[in-house]
Design a protein around this ligand. Sequence first.
Ligand SMILES: [Zn+2]
Length: 148
Amino acid sequence: MTAAPKKRRNLQSDRKARLHQLYSSDDVIKLYDISRNTLTNWIADGLTVIDAEPRLFRGSDLNAFHGRRRKAAGKPLGQFLVSCFGCKRSHSLLEGDISISPGRTDRVFRVSRTCPDTGARANRFVCSEELGALQRLRETTPGSETPD
Ligand SMILES: [Zn+2]
């Protein structure tokens, strides 16, 4: 029997936060029992922050963020993660700004994302089918800008 090393995903419930409540950073850290670094990573991964001083998080945004992550974990979305040499983490191509450029052949595309922390470019090559799936997923993923 071999116990394959499980990748730590740090998935959280998407119902933990109260939808209409505002949370401070400390509240979020307490609610999910996470470190400050993890919270920073979540923000880098697309968790919406209300630009206030001190910064605040909407319960609905927290739940939506975790819902997206859980959904992503259940699908083979590893193909849409890029390893970043800047910060040594992975970034999702489903979040943030990406740019797409042609690869070596007309069936391969290079998708790059800028590291939110270091500004380094993280690249990944995908085939046209993967690029199509990526673009559909990005359309159905709510953006981080919510006007209100
Ligand atoms: Zn990075």
